[in-house]
Design a protein around this ligand. Sequence first.
Ligand SMILES: [Mn+2]
Length: 327
Amino acid sequence: MKTKLFNRLKKYNKIVIARHIGPDPDALGSQMGLKELINKNFPDKEVYVVGAPTIKFKYFGKLDKLPENFDCSQALLILLDTPDKKRIDGVDTKLFKDSIRIDHHPFMEKTCRVDLIDDKASSTCQIIVELFKGNKYTFTKKAAEYLFLGMVADTNRFLYTNGVTNSIKLFELVSYLIKLTKIDISTLYTKLYMRNINEIKLQGYISQNLTITENGVGYIKITEDIIKEFNVDSASAGNMVNEFNFIDGILVWIMISEDKKLGLIRLNIRSRGPVINKLAENYNGGGHKLAAGARVKTEQEVDQLIEELDNLCQEYREEGVSEDEDK
Ligand SMILES: [Mn+2]
């Protein structure tokens, strides 16, 4: 697995690292962390991290612009944390001489020449650490910080570690990083989890107004008027979906946000049992078994999705699957 990446890193002098649109700390952390590792271990290479910037995660540092007349046909593309074509940010994979994808999402479609996919890994950052771990390559403190942030965020502070085997691996990798580079975990957590008071007020509003269906689907529709009223970023409701876990009687929960400008409705879906990503794929989305997203155009589609999720919850309850079973 490792040689597929390292042979390419040795071969190509120009390397472009891309990831998905609407980046999260795993996408940005793996991107910036990998750039730092290549710069450190292969200092002669030209490395660019591309994609639209985001204000929310500005502590990941600046992204690059490809130089004018940049010749993709001589370059290697590394695509991170992105399972499908439509969510690739800022590059056309076909233009590159060679391409490799490193990802932990379940396989959806072919996008690069070579795939390094480990869907047992709980983040793309985890895979990057695994690839570079060992005596051969050096980690910098900065790279370790980026990668740690991604591992923390995608597991929701090590809550979703993907079963015993991956937990063991993940904690060993984290321990390896801390031992090696002495990263300061508390400072990093403050960066990642600092929130603004308006968002907390919106969270209160959501708690007060959540609708719960018969079989345990909790949902709320956040209109643009509400976003305005609370004076928060339009992605805020979606971003706080993880805060609504561990509520007795709710098995699946959804933050539904309206985007009038793009004429669509975004759904962030989480589950504490029923597998939801297959269903989300029918609604222009997808993701992981217990964490997925969807984009639809009409209220009817939203209602239909809620109903189908409610059915999933009913089936799940009837099967009597234990909620703490190893996923
Ligand atoms: Mn990820």
